[in-house]
Write a protein that binds this ligand. Structure first.
Ligand code: ATP
Ligand code: MG
Length: 342
């Protein structure tokens, strides 16, 4: 039996290098071997952007363009929009009964995001429970594998707990998923501190122009003690080298560069120029394909419509099984109820 992948992104902005290294590359590599579904999580984006529905709607198109430009083949992988499948919200409602508020508050990624977003005492309830909506997405597609960045590991853990609880209570129906974490599971932002994130203004986007990419790289923070070129520099914790570790494919060249930097005599500007070249090698073809695809909005819309329709058929099947298992068919014969509850 073929196994299923489900993963996705919030349409809170165009995708960035962290998405590429953390999850998108794995999806491109695995799309032939797995039944692959990519979910654009617009409902989840509303949990912290309730006041910006127009922007979320516009961003959906940006995310699709990024997928296609990065190598997702819509003839093989299915791209779905979360709000186009209302049964996902229905399943979220059922799963919410299987988790406590205390458990939701313990999720370390949620804790960190609440701090970063500065909600203060005004945390939207939908935000606190978004891991449950994510669990519903994964469970509805009966996904086996979820390629995600490290920040999503607590979400997968919570999904497994919910699936187990559901299966224990209502019958073994849902699939326990597994996270797939790539080599670069938490790319830092150009500030070198937090993870690269759409919401933190510290991202290099897959669609950034060459000028913007070089401007962002030149602004990157390096080793603060490396004030003069002839002094030895520190590679560890130096965000320029973190990016080179992630994206330079010539390991020999990278080792030489690190050795020269450590020994002294190699300036930050030269290393940054090298990084700009490496990133251009990755981004130029993506940018080119993206520009071509952007000229055909009908094609993008068709990919979304057909994908969402295909995805919805699968989700409907799962949710109707869930309803049956949960006795949520008020007109079912009473003898079935009696038999099941003993
Ligand atoms: P937002 O700030 O709106 O939450 P985001 O940049 O965190 O946006 P998401 O849409 O939340 O992006 O994440 C989509 C996927 O990309 C997830 O699997 C997530 O783990 C992964 N991802 C996001 N940022 C990074 C990163 N910096 N490094 C590795 N993976 C990442
Ligand atoms: Mg995020």
């Amino acid at each position: 039996m073929r196994r299923t992948i489900l993963t996705g992104d919030r349409p809170t902005g165009p995708l960035h290098l962290g998405h590429y290294a953390g999850s998108l590359l794995a999806r491109v590599e695995l799309q032939q071997a797995y039944d692959t579904y990519l979910l654009i999580a617009d409902l989840q984006a509303l949990t912290d952007h309730a006041d910006q529905p127009e922007q979320i709607h516009l961003n959906i198109r940006e995310v699709v363009l990024d997928y296609l430009a990065a190598g997702i083949d819509p003839a093989v992988a299915t791209i779905v929009v979360q709000s186009g499948i209302p049964e996902l919200a229905e399943l979220t409602g059922y799963l919410l009964n299987l988790v406590s508020v205390a458990r939701l508050e313990r999720n370390p990624t949620i804790k960190e995001e609440i701090r970063q977003k500065g909600f203060g005492g005004e945390i939207p309830a939908g935000f606190l429970v978004y891991p449950v909506s994510q669990a519903a997405d994964i469970a509805a597609f009966k996904a086996h594998l979820v390629p995600v960045g490290a920040d999503q590991l607590p979400m997968i853990e919570q999904t497994v707990e919910l699936v187990r609880r559901f299966n224990r209570l209502y019958g073994a129906l849902l699939v326990e998923p597994e996270a797939l974490v790539s080599r670069v599971s938490r790319l830092p932002g150009i500030d070198g501190r937090s993870k690269m994130s759409k919401s933190l203004g510290n991202a290099i986007h897959l669609s950034d122009s060459p000028d913007v990419v070089s401007h962002k790289v030149m602004r990157m923070y390096t080793d603060p003690r490396h004030a003069r070129i002839d002094e030895p520099g520190e590679v560890e914790g130096n965000v320029v080298f973190t990016y080179l570790d992630a994206f330079e494919t010539d390991a020999g060249a990278l080792d030489t560069l690190k050795a020269r930097y450590r020994a002294g005599g190699l300036g930050d500007v030269a290393v940054k120029h090298h990084l700009i070249e490496v990133l251009e090698g990755l981004l130029a073809p993506i940018r080119r394909r993206r520009q071509e695809l952007a000229r055909d909005p009908d094609f993008v819309m068709r990919v979304l419509r057909e994908g969402t329709e295909r995805g919805r058929a699968l989700v409907r099947r799962t949710v109707s099984e869930v309803r049956y298992a949960m006795h949520l068919e008020y007109d079912m014969p009473y003898d079935r109820t009696t038999r099941l509850t003993g």
